[in-house]
Design a protein around this ligand. Structure first.
Ligand code: ZJS
Length: 264
């Protein structure tokens, strides 16, 4: 007769054979002896990830309409790009938006500085890095995240558009995440503005030649990106999209009301 393999139900999972452990989860939970490496195990991490979402959602829930500004952590304070960041933070604040950045140095600091100077709401969503790094001094509401992906959710959820100053890998990551979300309609009416025609020109050419040229994206996808050197134009693009969204939300609300009315 076939030997029955050992079996144990562990919550939602069933384990058989050698995967059945000598002890149960309860035993391990109640046993205070042994190493603390469980702290670094994935199921426990899930709770920490949840905690980051809860903390982020809680802290940002009452933020006014906001715009996220990305850009290099390495931009020097005496560069034209830093000055552009200050102007951007200032004018976005004057237009009534909270300014969210990654809370670090360079372009992030510049945009936070502009927001503070205009007496706007200046937010920094920092990230734990392997080297010592503190929130820039112009952040008025700062939240530190352990996980990049949790932090990225906050940037998108709490802003109505992204403005991107010249930057490196981190900036590219944030830019292309935003474009993918807009392209796949995970977010709608969400403008993405690139500041600096000279810096971004090469990338835009490559997008047109390599991506549109070989059919990897459609020509209309290029229109998702606005490139400018003019801070006022950047703010105008954000405001117009914001106004359009307001109209669209109202239409969606009316459509929903009609549907509910029809059902009654
Ligand atoms: C001096 C130095 C490298 C500091 C790093 N300190 C940082 N602090 C906060 N956010 C960051 C930092 N580095 C990268 N990021 C994230 O990635 C983007 C900048 O990356 P990069 O410099 O373009 O690639 C920022 O928009 C920010 O969201």
């Amino acid at each position: 007769m076939k030997k029955k393999r050992p079996e144990r139900r562990q919550g939602a999972a069933v384990v058989r054979g050698d995967l059945v452990s000598d002890s149960t989860h309860d035993q391990r939970l109640l046993d205070r002896r042994g190493p603390a490496d469980w702290l670094h195990m994935d199921p426990w991490r899930v709770l920490r990830i949840q905690a980051e979402f809860v903390e982020g959602f809680g802290q940002l829930a009452e933020l006014p309409q906001a715009v996220t500004v990305f850009g290099s952590a390495r931009t020097s304070v005496d560069s034209p790009e830093y000055e552009m960041g200050i102007q951007l933070g200032r004018k976005l604040s004057e237009a009534g938006y909270a300014v969210i950045t990654g809370g670090g140095p360079g372009c992030m600091e510049a945009a936070n500085k502009g927001a503070v100077e205009a007496e706007g709401v200046s937010v920094g969503l920092g990230i734990e890095l392997p080297f010592e790094q503190s929130m820039n001094e112009y952040v008025d509401l700062g939240i530190e995240f352990r996980y990049f992906f949790v932090r990225k959710t906050m940037f998108v959820k709490y802003s109505c558009g992204f403005v991107t100053l010249p930057g490196g890998f981190g900036t590219m990551d944030e830019l292309f995440e935003a474009l993918t979300l807009v392209q796949t309609q995970k977010v709608t009416s969400f403008p993405v503005v690139l500041m600096g025609t000279e810096f971004w020109g090469g990338l835009i050419d490559w997008i047109k030649n390599a991506l549109v040229g070989t059919g990897k994206i459609s020509p209309a996808d290029v229109d998702l990106i606005h490139v400018t050197d003019d801070v006022d134009e950047a703010v105008r693009i954000i405001v117009e999209a914001d106004n359009n969204r307001g109209g669209r939300l109202e239409e969606e609300r009316k459509a929903a009301m009609t549907t509910v009315g029809d059902a009654e």
